[in-house]
Design a protein around this ligand. Structure first.
Ligand code: SAM
Length: 289
């Protein structure tokens, strides 16, 4: 195999040829849909505002399509790929990319603070995320207090909508609240399914999350961890009232009466559900119970 032919995998013909030559099949269980659209890739790289001073964490490099572009733009790239069968492929497609380190691991097991510490400054995360595990990955990035400047990711269109959802609708939940608390969010591209091989069954969007410098206290909360435990529990059974779901988690140690008193003092009905509360109201409730 001549690696020369695989130096710009964003060209659909190169990705197809690579997969054919190596007998590669995209694995559904790992959410493998490889990007083959140069305009979308360009929007991601430009949107992420990567410079040679940056260390970029890429989650799921796949065959290395985006990694090749990141390598050209960034100072250093750390690419974490779960699929061990793709490691020898990445060795070939990234042969000329001296500033890329590939790590064969599940991103959920990786110590992200250690990676960021090596960078010496807040890192930028860029990824075409595997859709089966998008929310857990984003929650990990946001809640582990990793020094991150921005997260530019391809996600399912519906997930991008959930991140920006306002209280009251079915899209609103713990992910919306976490994203809105920690970040400013902006959709930078809408991406139809024909931009991938194989085509996913859903439309996608690229969303850029810019992390706030000091989110603590931005909702008026006193204890961020307590507020998010309460938020998580509030959405664990969406159809129940807040006073019922919150007392169901004994580890929170909150009684039904405490919730009802707090709600009434806040001027809210006793049978309200979590999906109606804004971030500020969750902060207020968290202080009171
Ligand atoms: N970045 C490539 C591209 O844009 O063409 C591939 C994107 S594909 C949607 C998602 C990638 O994430 C796949 O390569 C998949 O094997 C990898 N992946 C899936 N689950 C993962 C996990 N838990 N940790 C690390 N990588 C994972």
């Amino acid at each position: 195999m001549n690696s020369h032919h695989f130096d710009n995998l964003i060209e659909p013909a190169q990705t197809t040829a690579l997969m054919k030559e190596l007998g590669l099949d995209a694995k559904k269980r790992f959410g493998q849909n490889f990007l083959i659209d140069a305009r979308v890739l360009d929007k991601i790289i430009k949107g992420a505002e990567i410079t040679k001073d940056d260390t970029v964490l890429e989650i799921g490099p796949g065959v290395g399509t985006m990694t090749q572009a990141l390598s050209r733009a960034a100072g250093k790239v750390i690419a974490v790929e779960i699929d061990k069968d793709l490691i020898p492929v990445l060795e070939k497609t990234l042969a000329g990319c001296e500033n890329v380190t590939v790590v064969n691991a599940d991103i959920m097991d990786v110590d992200l603070c250690e990676i960021a510490a090596q960078a010496g400054r807040p890192i930028k995360v860029v990824a075409n995320l595997p859709y089966y595990i998008t929310t857990p990955i984003l929650m990990k990035l946001l809640e582990e207090k990793v020094p991150i400047e921005s997260i530019t990711v391809m996600v399912q269109k519906e997930v991008a909508e959930r991140m920006q959802a306002a209280p009251g609708g079915k899209d609103y939940g713990a992910l919306s609240l976490a994203v809105q608390y920690y970040c400013e969010a902006e959709v930078i591209a809408k991406v139809p399914s024909n931009c991938f091989i194989p085509r996913p069954g859903v439309d996608s969007a690229v969303i850029k999350l810019t992390l706030r410098k000091d989110p603590r206290g931005n909702a008026g909360e006193e204890d961020t961890e307590h507020m998010f435990r309460l938020i998580r529990q509030s959405f664990s059974q969406r159809r129940k009232t807040l006073s019922n779901t919150l007392r169901a988690d004994a580890s929170l140690g909150i009684s039904r009466e405490a919730v009802e008193t707090a709600l009434s003092e806040m001027g809210l009905p006793a049978d309200i559900r979590g999906e109606r509360l804004s971030l500020k109201q969750f902060a207020e409730l968290s202080k009171r119970v």
